[in-house]
Every structure is written in structure tokens, then in C-alpha cells.
Design a protein around this ligand. Structure first.
Ligand code: PLP
Length: 411
């Protein structure tokens, strides 16, 4: 197991860094993943030698840049198993941008006064605030499904709230705070049985769960590239064409238009209708090497076994620390990814994180952009360690040992 993770680590230059003279133990992957050399090399090549704007000029450099950009889109389509007849991949600058696009355009077309949008208590701010803004604009209501004490989401609790006023369910596949895989398939089936479309926040799920949009039958799927080995400023809104065709554009500008006159402007076909202005063509092109690696990791049974072993180890060892509470620990550990959020009685999460940092261990602390969910369990924030296939068991052990030391220093 240790050899496998070491082989994977060797593909990521940042992982051999030192922090305060100690080897870096990077356990903040739910915030952003490190990038493999192949992605860094492609970014450099595109900046040094092949930089040109896309979808515009006839010159070779622009044609090549366009090909690279569209190859990035094909890579995403393959990874999500998109049927391009019925579905479409829109590039955005990230999951947050995708949610703002969706909330604006979906509400403009389908949301009216008195309607409802259904989300859960386990959502990231980017799947809360854009809906609050949209609901305020039209006089609709944001309805929230509570999470259970073990961090799971009950399908029955969702079902109870599916009524004729609900126009969309928007739900996280995996919460970024608890690392629990939500029963999105069942939720989608229940919503569809009542004719209600579902948007899935795949920001964490894209790395750890099933992202086959045809199998899920979700109507929208959203994620950020930087959490799955691609550069920052890259993201995806996948949507069924029946909705994307009907919704109005989001931003206006170059590329999203067909013809422009002062009397009447017509819009480009999908997906460009939603891609106004010069896009992050360098970043989106990097989906090719990033998803190639993600695909090989996703299909590797040894990687899966290693992930399960890390979950078991941390679920067993962390609660042995005196006063430690693990949040989001379902009885079935198969629904838990290697992401652990915790509090320790008598200590503050940010103090613990600062001591761990001095030991070279990078973790997240605070509200994790999901304040309602964190407050459900803790009024002081939490400390979170999140792991990817390049994290070794020794690193998990270093985290547990470092945490014990930090707790001892603070108590
Ligand atoms: C579950 C979830 N949704 C949405 C986001 C927003 O992603 P970004 O900040 O890349 O737009 C995040 C980022 O942490 C997340 O974890």
C-alpha cells in the first residue's frame, strides 16, 4: 500500500516540498488538490509556445489553442460519460461560477413567486447563497432538508418535502465537511418521480464517487477542476440540453452570440451560449492530462483498497484521542471518504491547525465555507483532514501523532 501511494506521489512535484524544514504532509485536498507534472508541463507549454485566443482567428496558433480547449471539453465528457445528444458540458471558472450561472439562468426561466428550491443543510455556501439571491429576486422560498446526527442525509426527509411548488433540488454528492456520500441516486429517482429536476454538487464527488451523469440521471452536475488535479479557474456545469436550451444566457459578450445588432442580438449554440468572453483556455485544456490521471486512479482497485484502509485507520485511531469528537461517521464506512472533520474538547480547531502546520502538516480549520452544516455540530468550527490517493498511511499516522501532540500542548 505504501509503495502504491509513493508511486502516485512521485507524479506530483509539490509533494516533495518541505515546510519549516519538515517534509510536507498535505491533508487539505478537499480545498484543492496538488497538480501532477503533466498538468504543470502542459500549462507551461501552452503559455510559452501555444498562447492564442480560441474560437476567433484563422491563424494556426488560434486553431491549435481551440483544438486544445475543445479536447479539454471532450475529456470532461468522457469522464462524466456525457451523451452529447442529450447533455452538454459548459466551461466555467469553477463550481461557484457554475452555481451562480445555474441559479441565475434557471430562476430566470423556471422560478416564480411562491415556488421552492430544495437544498440540504449539508451544502457548501456556493450551493446556498446563489439560491438565496435567486429566491429573493423572484419571491421564491429556499427549503432546507436537515442532516441526521451521523451526518447522513435521509431520502425520506427529502421525499417529505417534494411537492408541486419545488422547482429544483440542488444537493451535494459528498459534503465537504463530513465526507459522507449522500444517496443522490435515490434522491434523483424520488424527485424525478414527481417531475422535479436535480442539480448535483460534484465538487467533492468528482474525485471520490460515481460521476457517470447518465447512470445518475442528474439534470445538472457541477464541479471545479482544481480539486481533481487541474489548474484553478477551471470548472464545469454539465446540464441536460432540454434545460440549457430553454434557459436564457448568463453573461453577455463575445463568443456567446450568433449575430449582434442594436435592434436584436441572437445567441450562439450550446455550449458557447454560456461562455461569454475569453475563457481560461489554458486551464481548461489541462483537463486532458488531469482527467487521464484521475481516470487511471479511479479504475485502480489497489487505489480503492488503499482509500478504504485509510478510512478505517483514521476512523479507528482518531476517536482514541481524549475529548475528540469525529463528525459525520456513518455506521457504514463504505459511505465515508477519507475526509475527517473533528473537534477536541478544551481546544480551538484553529489553534490545533496552527500547531500541526508547524509540524509540516497542512489541514483546514474553521467553517469550511459550509457554516450552517458546521454549526449543526460545533459552534467553534472544526478541523478537517482530507486525503487523496497520493497520501500514505505514514502521513495519516503523522497526522494522528501530531494531533495528539497538539492536544497535549493546549490542554
Ligand atoms: C462541496 C463543494 N461545493 C462547492 C465548492 C466550491 O468550489 P470552488 O470554490 O472551487 O468554486 C466546494 C469547494 O470547496 C465544495 O467543496
Amino acid at each position: 500500500m505504501e509503495n502504491l501511494a509513493s508511486d502516485i506521489r512521485s507524479l506530483f512535484p509539490a509533494l516533495s516540498s518541505t515546510v519549516y524544514g519538515r517534509p510536507l504532509v498535505y491533508l487539505d485536498n478537499a480545498a484543492t488538490s496538488q497538480r501532477p507534472a503533466k498538468v504543470i508541463e502542459l500549462q507551461a507549454l501552452l503559455s510559452e509556445k501555444e498562447n492564442a485566443n480560441v474560437h476567433r482567428a484563422v491563424h494556426k496558433l488560434s486553431q491549435d489553442a481551440t483544438d486544445r480547449y475543445e479536447a479539454g471539453r471532450r475529456a470532461v465528457e468522457r469522464f462524466l460519460n456525457v451523451d452529447s445528444e442529450t447533455g452538454c458540458v459548459v466551461f466555467t471558472s469553477g463550481a461557484t461560477a457554475a452555481f451562480n450561472l445555474l441559479a441565475n439562468c434557471f430562476s430566470a426561466r423556471y422560478l416564480h413567486k411562491g415556488d421552492q428550491i430544495l437544498i440540504s443543510q449539508a451544502e457548501h455556501h456556493s450551493n446556498i447563497v446563489p439560491w438565496q439571491l435567486a429566491c429573493e429576486r423572484v419571491g421564491a422560498e429556499l427549503v432546507v432538508v436537515p442532516v441526521e446526527a451521523d451526518g447522513t442525509l435521509s431520502v425520506a426527509e427529502v421525499e417529505k418535502r417534494l411537492n408541486g411548488r419545488v422547482k429544483l433540488v440542488s444537493i451535494a454528492q459528498i459534503t465537504n465537511v463530513l465526507g459522507v456520500i449522500n444517496p443522490v441516486r435515490e434522491i434523483i429517482a424520488a424527485a424525478h418521480a414527481k417531475g422535479i429536476p436535480v442539480a448535483v454538487d460534484g465538487a467533492q464527488g468528482i474525485v471520490h464517487a460515481d460521476s457517470d451523469v447518465q447512470a445518475l440521471d442528474c439534470d445538472f452536475y457541477i464541479f471545479s477542476g482544481h480539486k481533481i488535479y487541474a489548474p484553478t479557474g477551471t470548472g464545469i456545469l454539465y446540464g441536460k440540453r432540454c434545460f440549457l436550451d430553454e434557459m436564457p444566457p448568463y453573461m453577455g459578450g463575445g463568443d456567446m452570440v450568433d449575430t449582434v445588432s442594436f435592434e436584436k442580438t441572437t445567441y450562439n449554440a450550446l455550449p458557447l451560449k454560456y461562455e461569454a468572453g475569453t475563457p481560461n483556455f489554458t486551464g481548461q485544456a489541462c483537463f486532458v492530462p488531469a482527467l487521464e490521471l484521475a481516470e487511471s486512479l479511479r479504475n485502480n482497485q489497489e487505489v480503492k483498497a488503499q482509500e478504504r484502509a485509510l478510512v478505517r485507520y483514521l476512523a479507528e485511531e482518531l476517536p482514541r484521542i481524549d475529548g475528540l469528537h469525529l463528525w459525520g461517521l456513518p455506521a457504514n464506512l463504505e459511505t465515508k471518504i477519507p475526509l475527517f472533520s473533528l473537534t477536541v474538547e478544551g481546544t480551538h480547531p484553529s489553534d490545533l491547525a496552527q500547531i500541526l502546520d508547524k509540524l509540516g502538516i497542512a489541514v483546514r480549520s474553521g467553517w469550511m465555507c459550509a457554516e450552517p452544516l458546521v454549526r449543526r455540530f460545533s459552534d467553534r468550527g472544526m478541523l478537517r483532514a482530507s486525503l487523496l490517493p497520493y497520501n500514505t498511511l505514514s502521513e495519516a499516522e503523522a497526522f494522528v501523532a501530531g494531533l495528539k501532540r497538539a492536544v497535549k500542548m493546549l490542554k
